[in-house]
Design a protein around this ligand. Structure first.
Ligand code: ADP
Length: 667
């Protein structure tokens, strides 16, 4: 069983031996050399899974599923048998699963219940160069658990492999006690990088890159010899818009490239983004029919996580959607930002897999020099640390400041996370996890949502919160069609759904959708009528079941809190939400604006997607689920609350000195 002819094949024996001989190994190689798909298989075939499974982590859900699918196919087995995958809320593994692909977040959660990872004989941390938050924490934990002496014992029989594109290898090796690095020689062809000069520094913050990318892709199609095109855009909306434009060569395109009527004939347009169904994703790997050129319009996922063969032309928008902590609001926000120079090189490299290629960057040289940083900042240095700090605390890592981070986060970010954990009562004043903290960490949800859920469960009202938590954990359920006429129609139906629950609480609207859809004879027809994504609601059903299981187990514990409260259904719902979301509370400060009360005092607006938009003057206090930032800060998924409900909680937002929490952490 030699598998496909990929560059990694020639290093097979060397790799297996290296893993056998050493506890830690770093493997580097060009994207697409076969690391993710082949190495776990080699190790399995060499008998390294005899005493436990081979666990392979990936930062992205889509890649996790796609790679597992591919390997199952190559090994001629059903997915979920010998080869399986596990992502949040979707477990496709069994007792027999010897090669287990999972997201890094999933492995992190498994450590909570099994700190020595006794199920595994090999752990492979893949895509290490992406430096996702969970992978970074896993680096530190594995180092701590397996390299340093620990009173709880350590695994000596365990093998850890870190796989990465060729970035920061020395730093990684040093971090893991100067462990060996094995490089897989790859083949790649020269790529000519072209500045199209269509975006200047002034275009940061505008969405002009979508139409520009479409123009360049059409231009390539008309003027360049055969070879597939890969267009890098930022997210689902932008990608769908670009695909629409490509399909109809829409009027909005100015024809400076002399696009004639028959222009897009012979072009197969395929979108690729995270929330697409796996069947749809599979199509991108199939070669286009003879004489047809494939054009894949993708998020950053095609930069390193998935390799599409046959690409000779890359069109790079120069932007990426990235989760960043926004100090103005004190929350994480998905933003469109310029990519780094190293990211741009990685994207360009995708054009040189099978022959010499060309990469068309939409940006100007000025943009490259002024707006694009050298390297992408690791996630641990730019997003909220609340969840991972709670995880560490639950793993008895009390000193979260001196934890072995590959790149230590700024101390004030750690302090901010400690403060938030204290505010929701997950840790005490000495920085120790409380019983509530131990309950919270059981849920694969943000702490504030888990908090609201536990409050509801303590009142025996979890039926109100479970569907909401599930609906907030899946992709957006509301369909917003591009066509203005249809958009009107969809909006009316969405308003109808909101008005059924009094029209003044976005959380209750989500609950209403969940319950109505569940009760209807034909849920898919119901969704169609109301312009709701059936696929999203269907996954919410499954998420709800899983969250319910966790809740039921917790409720059986003798020390699980029990409370009583008299009130209407909507009042109970809103009060439970307050218990978790009081950190996100805001008070109306002018006709349409609100001021947050968390110490940041940011001025926020209600997002147009909320049913409370245009009703601001009727409101005084609100809580919200998240924010979107453009030129203004918008809050989304909003619920009005009464001052009496938050009054007693508000002091928690201020009566804490973060240093007090961390001084114990330093002990
Ligand atoms: P690396 O991990 O080194 O980036 P991979 O193992 O992910 O490389 O990819 C090796 C090859 O397998 C690539 O040519 C890629 O196109 C192919 N491949 C990976 N996943 C799939 C899939 N789901 N379907 C078809 N081909 C795939």
């Amino acid at each position: 069983m030699d598998g496909p002819d990929l560059p990694i094949r020639r290093s097979r024996r060397q790799l297996v031996e290296a893993v056998r001989e050493r506890p830690f190994l770093i493997v580097t190689g060009e994207t697409g050399s076969g690391k993710s798909t082949q190495l776990p298989k080699y190790l399995y075939e060499a008998g390294l899974a005899k005493h436990g499974a081979i666990g392979v982590t990936q930062p992205r859900r889509v890649a996790t599923v796609s790679v597992a699918q591919r390997v199952a196919e190559e090994m001629g087995c059903e997915l979920g048998a010998l080869v399986g995958y596990q992502v949040r809320f979707d477990d496709c593994t069994s007792e027999d699963t010897a090669i287990r692909y999972m997201t890094d977040g999933c492995l992190l959660r498994q450590i909570l219940t099994d700190p020595l990872l006794s199920k595994y004989s090999v752990i492979i941390l893949d895509e290490a160069h992406e430096r996702s938050l969970s992978t970074d924490i896993l680096f530190g934990l594995l180092k701590k658990l397996f390299l340093q002496q620990k009173p709880t014992g350590r695994r000596t029989d365990m093998k850890v492999v870190v796989m990465s594109a060729t970035l920061e290898v020395e730093k990684l090796s040093e971090f893991f006690g100067h462990c060996s690095v094995l490089h897989i020689p790859g083949r790649s062809f020269p790529v000519k990088e072209i500045f199209c000069n269509l975006l200047s520094p002034r275009d940061v913050g505008s969405s002009a890159y979508v139409t520009e990318a479409v123009k360049v892709a059409l231009d390539v199609h008309l003027n360049e010899p055969e070879g597939d095109i890969l267009v890098f855009l930022t997210g689902q909306n932008e990608i769908e818009r670009a695909c629409d434009l490509l399909f109809k060569k829409a009027e909005s395109i100015d024809y400076r490239y002399e696009v004639h009527d028959r222009a897009v004939e012979g072009l197969l347009i395929l979108p690729l983004y995270g929330s697409m169904s796996t069947d749809q994703q599979k199509r991108i790997f199939l070669p286009a029919p003879r004489g047809i050129r494939k054009c894949v319009v993708s998020t950053n996922i095609a930069a390193t996580s998935l390799t599409i063969e046959g690409v000779r032309y890359v069109v790079d928008s120069g932007f990426v959607k990235q989760l960043n902590h926004n100090p103005r609001v004190g929350l994480d926000i998905l933003e469109v930002v310029p990519i780094s120079k190293s990211e741009a090189k990685q994207r360009a490299g995708r054009a040189g897999r099978t022959s010499a290629g060309k990469s068309f960057g939409l940006f100007s040289r000025e943009f490259w020099e002024q707006c694009m940083p050298e390297h992408t900042v690791p996630e641990i240095r730019r997003t909220s640390l609340t969840s991972v700090i709670l995880t560490l605390k639950c793993l008895s890592v009390h000193d979260v400041i001196r934890f072995p981070y590959l790149d230590p986060p700024e101390e004030r970010h750690i302090l901010e996370a400690l403060k938030e954990l204290y505010q929701c009562d997950a840790i005490d004043r000495r920085g120790h996890v409380t019983r509530l903290g131990e309950f919270l960490v059981q849920f694969p949800l943000p702490p504030n949502l888990s908090c609201a859920l536990i409050k509801a469960a303590s009142l025996d009202c979890e039926d109100l919160l479970l569907p909401i938590a599930a609906m907030l954990s899946v992709e957006n359920v509301f369909i917003r069609p591009g066509d203005p006429q249809k958009q009107k129609e969809a909006e009316l139906q969405h308003q109808e759904l909101a008005s059924q629950v009094g029209g003044c609480n976005d959380f209750a609207t989500l609950l209403n959708i969940f319950e109505q859809c569940k009760a209807s004879k034909s849920p898919s027809a119901w969704c169609q009528k109301y312009w709701i994504h059936w696929r999203a609601v269907k996954s919410a059903f499954s998420v709800e079941r899983q969250l319910r299981e966790i809740t039921t187990k917790l409720k059986q514990l003798p020390d699980f809190p029990k409370e009583t409260f008299e009130g209407s259904r909507t009042e109970i719902l809103r009060r439970c939400l307050c218990a978790g979301y009081f950190i996100n509370v805001a008070r109306r400060s002018a006709a349409r604006t609100f001021c947050t009360m968390d110490g940041h005092g940011s001025i926020v607006y209600i997002h147009p997607s909320s049913t409370l938009h245009n009703q601001e003057t009727l409101l005084e206090w609100i809580i919200f689920h998240d924010v979107a930032v453009t030129s203004k800060i918008y809050v989304r998924t909003v619920c009005p609350v009464r001052y009496e409900w938050v009054r007693d909680l508000l002091p928690r937002l201020h009566q804490v000195d973060a240093y007090e929490l961390s001084s114990v952490a330093r002990e």
